[in-house]
Design a binder for this molecule. Structure first.
Ligand SMILES: NC(=O)C1=CN([C@@H]2O[C@H](COP(=O)(O)OP(=O)(O)OC[C@H]3O[C@@H](n4cnc5c(N)ncnc54)[C@H](OP(=O)(O)O)[C@@H]3O)[C@@H](O)[C@H]2O)C=CC1
Ligand SMILES: O=C(O)C1=N[C@H](C(=O)O)C[C@H](O)C1
Length: 247
């Protein structure tokens, strides 16, 4: 498979380039970064791209790929419902392309999200703490936002209301961000890579589900799986779990 990487000079992009180059069934035909012309992907005959760029850049990159029939595996964050709807519309007009949007490509993070959603219906309280390196542009993290939405859906399905919280006064932000009714707290700490805790609580007990990406190599096997899978999945896929046998 002929692969292009967007954000090739970035922290994750560099790891992905090395992973693609080491894969026997893949060839790295283009490594583009800020300022490079996307036409290089077409000139190089890229069949699929990987995007680890910036939330402000990714939609234009994907519009180009979809128009040109290039499949895309996307780690860049910043996807809300409106953006996903835009992509569905673009893919509807160019049905040969497949786009995978995955908030997190590490297997442990995917399991952490799955376990959190499974546990959600058993606990009255739940909050999320995401911890990242201080060069991260977006907050809360894409992983935390997705986890919050999965937990919120599981709570709704179980008929649970809002988690208990008597806070009636305080400093703005002290209780974190509200994502679909779930509180998310963000830390930006030098030395960290990507980490998340989901803290659940009920009478007399708590359960903490924690995942740590200690190195960006943790994202590469999932990206390669996405590349190997996306050719057979035209349209929009959200979450790498669609290509994992989790059930
Ligand atoms: N889904 C997942 O598993 C993961 C997702 N991420 C997400 O991936 C994204 C990138 O993260 P990270 O690698 O840490 O960030 P970096 O800032 O280290 O890398 C981003 C790279 O993309 C470049 N870039 C910016 N705009 C464009 C553009 N229009 N076209 C091509 N390249 C561009 C940047 O250039 P310059 O520096 O000159 O601006 C930089 O080299 C973030 O949204 C992050 O949240 C990160 C880790 C895992
Ligand atoms: O910016 C990062 O580093 C990461 N971004 C993704 C996110 O926002 O969830 C995935 C992982 O947390 C690393």
């Amino acid at each position: 498979m002929r692969v292009g990487v967007l954000g090739a000079q970035g922290k994750v992009g560099r790891e992905v380039c090395a992973g693609v180059q080491a894969a026997e069934d893949m060839e790295l035909v283009a490594g583009l970064d800020l300022g490079d012309d996307l036409k290089a992907l077409v000139d190089a005959g890229a069949e699929a791209i990987v995007d680890f760029t910036h939330p402000d850049a990714v939609m234009a990159n994907l519009a180009f790929c979809i128009e040109n029939g290039i499949n895309a595996v996307v780690g860049t964050t910043g996807f809300d419902d409106a953006r996903l709807e835009t992509l569905r519309g673009q893919l509807g007009e160019s049905p040969r392309s497949g786009v995978l949007i995955a908030p997190n490509f590490s297997i442990g993070a995917i399991l952490m999200m799955r376990f959190s959603a499974q546990a959600a219906k058993y606990y009255e309280s739940v909050e999320i703490i995401e911890l990242h390196h201080p060069t991260k542009a977006d907050a809360p993290s894409g992983t935390a936002a997705r986890t919050a939405r999965l937990i919120a859906q599981a709570r709704r399905d179980a008929g649970l209301g809002a988690p208990p919280d008597a806070t009636s006064t305080g400093i703005e932000g002290a209780r974190g961000a509200d994502v679909d009714g779930i509180r998310v707290h963000g830390l930006r700490i030098r030395g960290l890579v990507a980490h998340q805790e989901v803290v659940l609580g009920g009478p007399g007990e708590t359960l903490t589900i924690r995942h740590d990406s200690l190195d960006r190599a943790s994202f590469v096997p999932g990206v390669l799986l996405g590349l190997r899978s996306i050719g057979a999945a035209p349209g929009l896929t959200v979450g790498l779990e669609a290509f994992l046998d989790l059930d």
